[in-house]
Design a protein around this ligand. Structure first.
Ligand code: C2E
Ligand code: MG
Ligand code: MG
Ligand code: MG
Length: 293
């Protein structure tokens, strides 16, 4: 019996591996074309004040609408793009797209809010980033304070020198810097001293904890909030899905909330409507709904 089960397990395993390597092959093959065809789209997830729901910003999150696979998550194709170096084209497209979007919103007389862009460490370390950002801001006459670049804690660890000078140059332009997925990347307190980041984004794992971990996670979140306050940094909590999480974060004076409780990432037109209204109300999402659609 055990032998039979082992055999079935093996078949299941190799079957799913074949599917994923086929998908990987197709995605990789189509990525170049997707950039040219604009099969990518930016979604925006609002960041709101916990007490009032006032929208103070958004994170720009890329989506790929693939003809065979449908909406592909960035968690799937960004790592591929980092392997095959198309991440440079994609990153530059994202920067241009977001700057253009800010210009369009400004032209419609909407109150602009800072938009956060995720930056792959691979693009971060290549030349020309600062020049591109400067050029795009000038092209669209967008004040630099409306852009924030999110860099993960783990990528900060890779090359201290390169990171520091690029961050300094970006800050010189006036754009903001956020440390993404904070608490998961093993950065030491020394990094918080060295990097001139404006914002800390607490990783979702500490926010939406399982019951058993709840007490520990709340202690961790409290201390990160306390630390950020002392360092004069803004704090964004990611992955807020529940009212009690919001209540806790409000009580602890967390600056901004980003999570499904207020909104999933939405297409630009939808975010534009939200900007027009200016605030959001917390609403619990139904379970088992496909994320981000
Ligand atoms: P991230 O930067 O940590 O982005 C937050 C992720 O959490 C997003 O997933 C967002 O949809 C999801 N999220 C937000 N609130 C909630 C919530 O309440 N519950 C749950 N379950 N999830 C929530 P997404 O959009 O799939 O992006 C995944 C990752 O892909 C991002 O993680 C980021 O690392 C990367 N990524 C996304 N867009 C870009 C991009 O334009 N460039 C680069 N280089 N990376 C990107
Ligand atoms: Mg991010
Ligand atoms: Mg994050
Ligand atoms: Mg993440």
């Amino acid at each position: 019996h055990a032998k039979q089960q082992g055999k079935n397990n093996y078949q299941l395993y190799s079957f799913s591996r074949d599917i994923s390597s086929y998908k990987k092959y197709v995605l990789e093959k189509d990525m170049r074309k997707a950039i040219v065809n604009e099969d990518f789209e930016m979604y925006y997830q609002p960041q709101v004040e916990p007490g009032t729901g006032i929208i103070q910003g958004a994170e720009a999150l890329i989506r790929w609408n693939h003809e065979e696979w449908g909406l592909v998550s960035p968690g799937e194709f960004i790592p591929l793009a980092e392997e095959n170096h198309l991440i440079h084209n994609i990153s530059d497209w994202v920067i241009k797209k977001v700057c253009l979007q800010l210009r369009e919103w400004r032209d419609k007389d909407l109150t602009l809010r800072p938009i956060a862009i995720n930056l792959s460490p691979i693009r971060f370390f290549k030349k020309g980033l600062v020049e591109l950002v400067k050029q795009q801001l000038e092209l669209h006459q967008i004040p630099a304070k409306y852009l924030e670049f999110e860099i993960t804690e783990s990528s900060l660890l890779k090359s201290e020198k390169g990171v520091l000078s690029t961050i300094a140059a970006l800050k010189e332009l006036g754009v903001k810097i956020a440390i993404d997925d904070f608490g998961t990347g093993h950065a030491s307190m020394n990094y918080l001293r060295e990097f001139q980041a404006d914002t800390i984004k607490i990783d979702q794992v500490f926010i939406k904890s399982s019951d058993g971990q709840n007490k520990k996670d709340r202690a961790i979140v409290s201390s990160i909030l306390h630390l950020a306050k002392g360092l004069d940094m803004k704090i964004v909590a990611e992955g807020v899905e529940e009212y009690d999480q919001l209540e806790f974060l409000k009580q602890k004076e967390c600056d901004l909330i980003q999570g499904y409780l207020f909104s999933k990432p939405v297409p630009a037109e939808k975010f534009e409507q939200m900007l027009g209204t200016g605030y959001l109300k917390p609403t619990k999402q139904k379970l088992n709904k496909a994320p981000d659609k």
